[in-house]
Ligand binder design. Sequence first.
Ligand code: FES
Length: 130
Amino acid sequence: SEVLPYPRIKVATLNDLQSGAFGASYPDQFSPIQILKIGKKVPGGVGPDGDIVAYSGLCTHMGCPMTYDPATKIFVCPCHYSHFDAAADAMLISGPATQHLPRIVLEVEGQDIYAVGAQGLIYGRPHNLS
Ligand code: FES
């Protein structure tokens, strides 16, 4: 079967991240993501300070949309309270999920932030692209 390339989509600008987080979707409208400015250099971080990352906004347990707290850098799932550490590769901290959050691969060009790929399976999908 044909291998589909990930789309390259502008998902935010640097200015959008002033509050620490900005919501968009990728690779399509059914997959919410959060683009984050962590405030210190982090693994996989891009941009002028190496601190911009993005993750799927859907919990890996059963797919609930999560909330993100810029103060603690933690994603919290309202359904069964899984917690994920956005400053550490969106690793699972606690709760019934067993997998960390899929990373959305970003590129920064001037003021613009593009999503260009995803690592890890977005909840509910046999493949990230279909
Ligand atoms: Fe998130 Fe269950 S769906 S913890």
